[in-house]
Design a protein around this ligand. Structure first.
Ligand code: SPV
Ligand code: MG
Length: 550
């Protein structure tokens, strides 16, 4: 009696040993416990199999073909199958036993297949003793079998070609399926074992397990036995354990489950012309993100994209502005500038620089702000309360690295990129006013500890002293363009300052220059000088400049 028959356990104890994938599959197949391989046909389904706790994957020829919309008749080329296998191996850590059909030809095709599978970290292959092109075992009767000697050549060639000594070669016997009986199956099993097969897959399409159990009894585990109980699905698994079966393959149930779910969902949506009934019954989009590992990408972006950790922006767009009829039924930020609103252009520049989490504080004609993919926060007191109050409305969003920007400005992307890469917990973009904009009203004048030097080699930090609408000319170093960046620490200071101003009862009247000046009194606020290439839209002349802005 073999060890498969004497040791019965419902679970392989402990977690899998830290082996390579082929060694893990070998350990499963040669273990004294019953093992299970679950079908997968794509990277995603492989992840779901792993998530369910299976210790190995059956890469089914039937379901990989079907998921490509093809028949299980070698219509998918073997390199197409290899591509799918690669995505499954990339998506999981599990060992994969691939259904290699008949080996895609003769011994020569088998050895090339095995070499490529080993290169791609596939743990084992199962080859069936039929002829290329194959037909699925459940189709028709009495499919012709390969000559035993020829098939043994395929096995030997495969075993001689494996570059990983643990790679598992399973020889699949179709004698029972084709109606040749137990004697022929046993004769073939012995020949295949002698040719070097690590295990035998004995296939049957009977609705009971009688054939495979009879085979197991006569075979006496001369090498491990693998079965596929698709047709005899009602057989209790304990019978397989008692028969000393090594491994059960649940061969196609992931795809079959998906087909049922996809069909039900599609029908429902088609009939209802609505998503109402299906939402909550289908996996969430967040679930997709989790399965494919978006969190890892976010962490990697933090590691590998320094200066792009700022992905959040708050756009202050509550005011009506003073542009007459143009702002009769929309706020200034929604005015069209060559086919796109100011706000759309601004959000586009932010996105181009990797800042994609955008909150817009709306106020006047808030219903006109309908941009997709942005978070809207409302300042319903826009008529009596100013910019600092608007910013306070988005207080919850001032968290982590944050850009704060006026909703009525346009700037070239390099200005934002420069700000994102600048040193300092709070950095503001300041125009040196070397090339005054025609007709522009200067609004937020800046006093700093050093004027712009224009010296290429000068990278000494410049600190903000004050931002104000009125400054004596000698003190003025430039104009704040309405764009500021805060690190996580800077954002904390900004929140604290807003809270303080609120507690003092002056939040309604405060503007951003006031807040920045207060911050500069307590902390280091850096000035990042720029020389033009931006504009704000306060007047009709500004608007015509904006329409020419490139
Ligand atoms: C497969 O899953 O592709 C198989 C098993 O080969 S069976 O469909 O039962 O032949
Ligand atoms: Mg198959």
């Amino acid at each position: 009696m073999s060890s498969h028959q004497t040791l019965l356990s419902s679970d392989y104890p402990g977690s899998p040993p830290p082996l390579g994938r082929a060694a893990s599959l070998r350990a499963e197949i040669f273990s004294p416990f019953l093992s299970f391989l679950m079908e997968a046909h794509s990277g995603l389904s492989a992840k779901i199999v792993q998530e369910a706790g299976f210790r190995g994957i059956w890469a089914s020829g039937l379901t990989i073909s079907a998921s490509l919309g093809l028949r299980d008749s070698n219509e998918a080329s073997w390199t197409q199958v290899l591509e799918v296998l690669e995505s499954m191996a990339d998506a999981t850590q599990l060992p994969i036993l691939v259904d290699g059909d008949t080996g895609y030809g003769n011994f020569n095709n088998v050895r090339r297949l095995v070499r490529k599978l080993c290169e791609r970290q596939i743990a084992g292959v199962c080859i069936e003793d039929k002829l290329f092109p194959k037909t699925n075992s459940f189709i028709g009767e009495a499919q012709p079998l390969a000559e035993i000697s020829e098939f043994c050549g395929r096995i030997k060639a495969g075993k001689d070609s494996q570059s990983n000594e643990d790679f598992v070669f399973v020889a699949r016997i179709e004698a029972l399926v084709s109606g040749f009986g137990l004697g022929e199956a046993l004769r073939r099993a012995e020949a295949y074992r002698a040719a070097g097969a690590d295990a035998i897959l004995i296939h049957s399409k009977k609705s009971t397990a009688c054939e495979v159990l009879a085979f197991a009894e006569r075979w006496q585990n001369r090498c491990p036995v693998v079965i596929v109980p698709t047709a005899y699905h009602a057989t209790p698994t304990t019978l397989f354990r008692h028969a000393g079966i090594s491994t059960v393959i649940w061969a196609n149930h992931t795809l079959r489950a998906a087909i049922t779910a996809m069909r039900d969902t599609c029908r429902r949506i088609a009939e209802d012309e609505s998503l109402q009934e299906v939402e909550g019954r289908v996996a969430s989009v967040q679930d997709i993100f989790r399965l494919v590992g978006n969190a890892e990408l976010e962490a990697a972006e933090k590691r590998y994209l320094p200066g792009r950790t700022t992905n959040r922006a708050i756009v202050l767009a509550a005011s009506r502005g003073d542009l007459g009829e143009l702002t009769y039924d929309q706020p200034k930020c929604m005015i069209d500038v060559r086919g796109q609103s100011l706000l759309q252009r601004l959000v586009g520049v932010l996105a181009d620089s990797g800042v994609r989490n955008v909150t817009v504080v709306r106020g006047y004609r808030k219903e006109a702000i309908t941009l997709p993919g942005i978070i809207n926060v409302d300042n319903d007191r826009y008529a009596e309360a100013g910019e600092a109050y608007s910013l306070a409305c988005a207080r919850a969003q001032i968290d982590g690295e944050t850009i704060v920007v006026y909703g009525d400005i346009l700037f070239r992307r390099y200005i934002l990129d420069g700000l994102l890469n600048a040193e300092g917990d709070i950095v503001i973009a300041v125009d040196t006013l070397g090339h005054p904009r025609s007709g522009a009203v200067l609004r937020d004048l800046v006093a700093a500890d050093r004027p712009f030097s224009g010296n290429y080699l000068d990278d000494e930090p410049v600190r903000l002293i004050t931002v104000s609408s009125a400054l004596p000319a000698p003190e003025c170093c430039g104009e704040w363009i309405g764009l500021a960046r805060f690190t996580a620490q800077g954002a904390r200071w900004l929140r604290e300052e807003i809270n303080l101003v609120e507690a003092e009862g002056t939040l309604d009247r405060a503007d951003l220059p006031f807040l920045l000046t207060r911050l500069a009194e307590r902390h280091s606020v850096r000035v990042h000088y720029v020389t033009g290439h931006w504009l704000d839209v306060d007047t009709l002349e500004d608007l015509s400049n904006a329409r020419n802005f490139t």
